[in-house]
Design a protein around this ligand. Structure first.
Ligand code: ADP
Ligand code: MG
Length: 368
């Protein structure tokens, strides 16, 4: 676990890049720092491995204050990946990946074995080791960057916009691979991006920063979407910006059965919310059971909440579930109640959404 406690960075010229930042990045999970350009993401990340020293506050890794460790010792346990991979152009892929084990003073054959192993892990086995960075696509170079960071078997990985410079079609495949790799390795990751879609797809926890380097919200992805803390977060996660892409994706979202009620009925069971439908099974609104005494009346209805057609887009499912007072998005078919969906489950599907057709498979070459 990585803990930031009131971390502030003031640069020499007086710029406050990070302002009193506190959060916990849980063990074995992906924590994403997201926010507009200049909001202090890179500065925050680099304070974790002390490439930049905080002006105030503390950073702890597994409870240990990082300022009490020698920098070299600290960095030995931390992998670092940057946007353009930062490979040495005149060294082979193998030699690039061996940089880290060599720094760790592993003997040569062990370093080489490890390098081959991690290259295999990122889908660049076999012949790739002998190539030079210039002979690889951007996506492949980025995989080499990840392999190099993994080579020292770090407990913690810091990643600064690792996928931002990659072609959008290839990016999605890389993100999917990255997620399954992370799941199998259980590395604690702090990842920086300016892209809210990426944050939602990759993050177990998301820290939204605003310019000036203060924390606007720290939440799980579904909580962030359902309950943005303020207008800034709401506009940052705004549906038109972030979720436009979802309009084009279809996938199977679990649809639950809803037992509706009708006006004039007295509700007996313990479900805290009941959906009220009209004569043609058309949804009319929700009632909060605890608020209703006696037969349900039109005045008890909580309106609001968009409906989604059973053949609708993921975005439609998400909007319906997030906008519903009960947290259950209402699904209709030809205007009649069909069932309901849960935002957590819609988000799970979004995270696992299939790539656009024609996309490369796990280990195929992304020579875009
Ligand atoms: P982000 O990665 O979110 O784009 P940065 O952490 O790079 O943001 O920068 C945060 C703020 O600090 C910006 O206003 C930037 O101009 C400023 N900044 C970054 N590095 C320095 C520096 N070495 N000296 C002065 N200001 C800096
Ligand atoms: Mg940056």
């Amino acid at each position: 676990m990585i803990t930031l406690e009131g971390v502030t960075k003031r640069y020499g010229d007086g710029t406050v890049a990070v302002d009193g930042l506190s959060f916990e990045a849980p063990e074995g999970k992906i924590t994403v720092l997201v926010g507009p350009s200049g909001c202090g993401k890179t500065t925050s990340l680099r304070m974790i491995n002390r490439m930049i020293e905080p002006t105030e506050g503390k950073i702890l890794i597994d409870g240990q204050d990082t300022s009490s460790l020698a920098k070299a010792e600290l960095r030995r346990g931390i992998g670092y990946v940057i946007q353009h991979a930062g490979l040495f152009p005149h060294r082979t892929v193998l030699s690039n990946v061996m940089t880290v084990p060599s720094l760790l003073k592993w003997d040569k054959s062990r370093a080489k074995d490890r390098a081959m192993e991690v290259l295999e892990l990122v889908g660049l086995g076999g012949d790739f080791a002998k190539r030079y960075p210039g002979q690889l696509s951007g996506g492949q170079q980025q995989r080499v960057g990840v392999a190099r960071a993994l080579a020292g078997d770090p407990k913690v990985m810091l990643m600064d916009e690792p996928f931002s410079a990659i072609d959008p079609v290839v990016r999605e495949g890389l993100q999917d691979e990255f997620l399954s790799l992370q799941e199998s390795l259980g590395t604690t990751i702090v990842l920086v991006t300016h892209d809210i879609d990426e944050a939602i797809k990759l993050g177990d926890r998301i820290a939204v920063l605003r310019v000036g380097g203060s924390l606007a919200q720290f939440s799980s992805p579904d909580d962030l979407l359902a309950h943005p803390a303020d207008d800034f977060v709401a506009s940052f996660v705004g549906r038109d910006r972030g979720y436009r892409a979802l309009s084009f994706k279809h996938a199977d979202v679990p649809i639950h059965e809803e037992t509706p009620t009708v006006l004039g009925e007295t509700i007996a069971d313990g479900d805290p919310w009941r959906l009220v439908v009209g004569d043609h099974a058309q949804p009319l609104g929700w009632v909060e059971v605890a608020d209703v005494t006696g037969p349900v009346q039109a005045a008890d209805l909580q309106l609001g909440g968009t409906l989604v057609d059973v053949g609708g887009s993921l975005r439609g499912f998400l909007d319906a579930s997030l906008s519903s007072p009960s947290g259950r998005g209402v699904v209709v078919q030809d205007g009649r109640l069909y069932g309901s969906v849960r935002s957590e489950e819609v988000l799970q599907v979004i995270k696992a959404a299939p790539r656009p057709s024609g996309e490369t498979s796990f280990t195929a070459e992304d020579s875009a």
